[in-house]
Design a protein around this ligand. Sequence first.
Ligand code: NAP
Length: 243
Amino acid sequence: MSDKKLALITGGSRGIGKAIALELAKAGYDIVINYAGNIEAAQKTVEEIKNLNVSAEAYKFDVSNQSEVDENIAKIIEKYGRIDVLINNAGITRDDLFIRMTEEKWNAVINTNLNSAFYVTKPVVKLMMKQRFGSIVNTTSVVGVYGNVGQANYSAAKAGLIGFTKSLAKELGARNIRVNAVAPGFIATDMTKDLANIDEYLKLISLRRLGEAEDVARAVKFLAVDADYITGQVLEVDGGMII
Ligand code: NAP
């Protein structure tokens, strides 16, 4: 087993996941990121992490595909022997009004945002139970708490992640495994770059700006690493959009 702590971040090659990977690297963690297909972004992120003097590797697998997840998590565990921090962050949107929403859009979002957490967390928790230590942060969203027009699939998946977080926190606390969630509001990433009506959204945000990926990453690092006596919580990082 490596003597350095390891953090695994799904969807860690771009956006919020990348910022989380860099923040945990700054805290001294060796880093494994996962991504779906954009190898250039993944390689660039790996190089940036290595510049912080920790080890970094990227694994390409689809978090919504259980056999791909099992195969790759097994490889990671075999190589490093430990996973101290897991960030379930990979996610997609396929927005549409409910009346027009296809089963394909529904399933894609539920599989990638919610079922993925089941697939990835299961083998990781088995290892964390043996370690008698672990910290998990799930990336949900404010829309999982409050709902949003055009996002019935995404809101349902993110609300599901909140229930998942709280239940696991109750089941795993006695094993010294903490499980929390971060709920970002509007964060400037590829996911939100095509949003229309930005000015309308800004009026709703007390701090009058979109969040940066780093704003979320600092909150995730707090929950994952510093918050020794916090479990089962959902931390909203939304600039005071909903108070
Ligand atoms: P992003 O910029 O679109 O990045 C998505 C990341 O997830 C990329 O690394 C992507 O890999 C990876 N990914 C997507 N589908 C995947 C799959 N099936 N298997 C493995 N990896 C996959 O997204 P983001 O804005 O950073 O969002 C990150 C998380 O925060 C998501 O869970 C999102 O729902 C949540 N969130 C975002 C916001 C926001 O305003 N941006 C607000 C609330 C919550 P590739 O590059 O290879 O595609």
